[in-house]
Design a protein around this ligand. Structure first.
Ligand code: NI
Ligand code: MN
Length: 225
C-alpha cells in the first residue's frame, strides 16, 4: 500500500491498481495549492463524516472519475439522491471491493453537512489488503472502542488526527496509538486552520519519548507499508 498525504485529513491510498481517496478537502486548502484535484486518479472515495473539511471536493472528483463513494448510510444516501454511485456501510460493517476490505469503525465526533443536515454518525476505516492493514481514525477523540481494533487486526499504520480543538491532540493520539497497538502513526488534521496549529517538532518528540514514531508528511509526499 502506498499512502500519499494530500493535506488536512485527505489521503490517497494505492492498493494494487486501485486508488482510494479519503476525505477530499483539497481545493479549499491553501497549503494544498500544488495538488490538482482534476488530475487525481480515483476509484473509491471514502468519507469519514459529512463536515465540509472532509467532503469539499467529493462531488467534483466523483463526477469526473465515476468513483464509488463509500461512507455511512446517511452520507451514501445523500450522494445517491444526487445520482452518484455510493455504497453505504455502518459501524462494525465491512465491505469488500476489488479484494480490498474496508471496515467502518467507531469515532467520537459529530457529522453534519455544511447546510446543517444530518450526516449520520461519524466513523473511521480499517482498510486491509492481503497482510497489510491501515487504520484511519477520522475526526475523533481517543476512545476505548479503539481497543477493539487490534483484537481483530494487526495494524501496520494508524492515521490519527493530532491537531486538537476539534479532535484529539498529540497526547491523546499517543494513547490512541497504544489502544490500537500500532506504534507507527501518520499525523493528520493539523495546521490547516488557526485552532489546530501545532508544534510539529514537539509532537514528533513526544511520540519518540513514548517509543512511537510520528510521521508528518509534506503535502503530496508518500509512504509505503
Ligand atoms: Ni469534523
Ligand atoms: Mn475535520
Amino acid at each position: 500500500m502506498q499512502i500519499t498525504y494530500l493535506g488536512h485529513a485527505c489521503l490517497s491510498i494505492s492498493i494494487h491498481d486501485k486508488v482510494l481517496l479519503v476525505d477530499p478537502f483539497i481545493s479549499g486548502n491553501p497549503s494544498a495549492k500544488h495538488i490538482n484535484c482534476d488530475e487525481l486518479h480515483v476509484d473509491y472515495i471514502l468519507i469519514t463524516h459529512a463536515h465540509q473539511d472532509h467532503i469539499l471536493d467529493v462531488e467534483a472528483i466523483a463526477k469526473r472519475t465515476g468513483a464509488k463513494i463509500i461512507s455511512n448510510y446517511e452520507i451514501a444516501m445523500h450522494y445517491i439522491a444526487k445520482n452518484f454511485d455510493a455504497h453505504p456501510v455502518n459501524h462494525g460493517g465491512t465491505c469488500i471491493f476489488d479484494d480490498i476490505s474496508i471496515k467502518y469503525v467507531n469515532a467520537v465526533h459529530t457529522s453534519s453537512f455544511p447546510d446543517g443536515s444530518y450526516g449520520g454518525q461519524p466513523g473511521g476505516f480499517v482498510i486491509s489488503y492481503k497482510n497489510k492493514s491501515i487504520y484511519i481514525a477520522g475526526d475523533t477523540a481517543v476512545t476505548f472502542d479503539m481497543k477493539l481494533i487490534p483484537m481483530q487486526t494487526k495494524l501496520d499504520l494508524a492515521v490519527l488526527p493530532i491537531g486538537d480543538n476539534f479532535t484529539m491532540g498529540v497526547e491523546d493520539a499517543i494513547i490512541a496509538s497504544e489502544f490500537v497497538e500500532c506504534n507507527k502513526v501518520l499525523g493528520c488534521h493539523y495546521n490547516t486552520f488557526p485552532p489546530i496549529v501545532i508544534d510539529e517538532k514537539e509532537a514528533v518528540k513526544k511520540f519518540k519519548l513514548a517509543d512511537k514514531e510520528l510521521i508528518l508528511l509534506e503535502i503530496g509526499k508518500s509512504i509505503s507499508i
